[in-house]
Write a protein that binds this ligand. Structure first.
Ligand code: NAP
Length: 288
C-alpha cells in the first residue's frame, strides 16, 4: 500500500513502455513488504539533466538506466564503479549523501548462469557475436572468468576497431581479439563458449539464427552456447545448439540476476530472486 512513507525507485529510458523491470521489481518489493514503488520514467535524451535534478529534489532512492541513457548518465554521477567504468555504461544508480553513484549489474547478471557451472574457464576460448552495448558487459564478464581468449565478431570493421581500442587500458591485453563475420568459420572450431549479443533471432524474427546448422556443427562438443535474447525462449540458436547436444543458456537469467543485484544495492538486503524470475516468466507468457 502506498502511504506517506513510500519511497521511490524506477527505470529511466526512452522509450520505456516495453520495460519488464517494473513487473520484476514491484513483485519483489511486494513479496518483501518493502515500502517502495518502482516506476517507469520515459525521459527524452534532452530532458536527462532536469530529470536527474528532479529525482534528487524529490528524494528518489535509486533507479535503473536503459537505452539511450546508459552512457549519457555518466556525467551526472559523483561515483562510478570500476566495472561500469570498464564497460563505459551504467545500468544502476543510487542516491548517496554526496550525490548519485552508479554501477553496472549486467556483468553480474551475465556471469550468474556460468558461475553455476563447475568449470575451469582458463582454457576457454570465448567467441562473442556482436560488438554493441551488451557485448561490453560480456567481454568484462569473460575477462572476470579468466577466459584464455575473447574473440569479438562484428559486421563493421570500423566499429570493431573502436570497440577494441576502448579496452586499451584494461588488463585484457592480447587476450581480446576482434574480427569480422567472414572470419567466423575459422574461429568456431575452437569456441568453447559462444555468446550471441546480436538481436538476431529476437522476437518477432524467431526463425532467424546468427549461426547456421553447419556452423553450429563446427563448435567443439564441449561448447556452451549462450544467447542473451530472452524472447523467444529458447531462440532458434539455442534450439540448434541443444539438438547438437551442446549446453544452451538463455538470456532470462541474466535479466533476472542484473535486476536482483540492483534491488539488493537499493534495499541493502537479500532479495527474492525466485519471485523476480517468476514475475518475468509470467509477464513474458512462459508456461511453467
Ligand atoms: P546494440 O548495442 O544495438 O548492439 C547490437 C550488436 O548486434 C551490434 O554490434 C550490431 O551491429 C549487431 N547486429 C545487429 N543486427 C545484426 C545482424 N543482423 N547481423 C549481425 N550483427 C548484428 O544492442 P545491445 O544493447 O548490445 O543488445 C543486444 C541484444 O542483447 C538484444 O537482443 C538485447 O535484448 C540483448 N540483451 C539482453 C540482456 C539480458 O539481460 N538478457 C541484456 C542486454 C541486452 P551494428 O553495430 O553493426 O549494427
Amino acid at each position: 500500500m502506498i502511504d506517506g512513507k513510500t519511497q521511490l525507485l524506477g527505470v529511466i529510458g526512452y522509450p520505456i513502455a516495453h520495460s519488464l523491470s517494473p513487473v520484476m521489481h514491484n513483485a519483489a518489493l511486494a513479496h518483501l513488504g518493502a515500502n517502495y514503488v518502482y516506476l517507469p520514467f520515459a525521459i527524452h535524451p534532452e530532458a536527462l539533466e532536469p530529470a536527474i535534478q528532479g529525482f534528487a529534489a524529490i528524494g528518489v532512492r535509486g533507479f535503473s538506466v536503459t537505452i539511450p541513457h546508459k552512457q549519457a548518465i555518466l556525467p551526472y554521477l559523483t561515483e562510478v564503479s570500476e566495472v561500469a567504468q570498464a564497460i563505459g555504461a551504467v545500468n544502476t544508480v543510487w542516491r548517496t549523501e554526496t550525490g548519485w553513484s552508479g554501477t553496472n549489474t549486467d556483468v553480474v547478471g551475465f556471469l550468474a548462469p556460468l558461475q553455476a557451472i563447475a568449470h575451469d574457464w582458463s582454457q576457454t576460448q570465448a567467441v562473442v557475436l556482436g560488438c554493441g552495448g551488451a557485448a561490453r558487459a560480456v567481454v568484462a564478464g569473460c575477462a572476470q572468468l579468466g577466459c584464455q581468449s575473447i574473440m569479438v565478431i562484428g559486421r563493421d570493421a570500423a566499429k570493431l576497431a573502436v570497440f577494441h581500442a576502448s579496452w586499451q587500458n584494461s588488463d585484457l591485453g592480447d587476450r581480446l581479439l576482434v574480427d569480422t563475420w567472414e572470419q567466423l568459420p575459422n574461429r568456431l572450431v575452437e569456441a568453447n563458449l559462444l555468446v550471441n549479443t546480436t538481436p538476431v533471432g529476437m522476437h518477432p524474427q524467431t526463425d532467424a539464427s546468427p549461426l547456421t546448422v553447419a556452423e553450429i556443427a563446427q563448435l567443439p562438443s564441449n561448447s556452451i552456447v549462450y544467447d542473451l535474447i530472452y524472447t523467444p525462449n529458447p531462440t532458434q540458436l539455442l534450439k540448434l545448439a541443444a539438438e547438437r547436444g551442446l549446453m544452451a543458456i538463455d538470456g532470462l537469467e541474466m535479466l533476472v540476476q542484473q535486476g536482483s543485484a540492483a534491488l539488493q544495492i537499493w534495499l541493502q538486503q537479500e532479495v527474492p530472486v525466485d519471485v523476480m524470475r517468476q514475475a518475468l516468466r509470467q509477464a513474458l507468457g512462459f508456461s511453467d
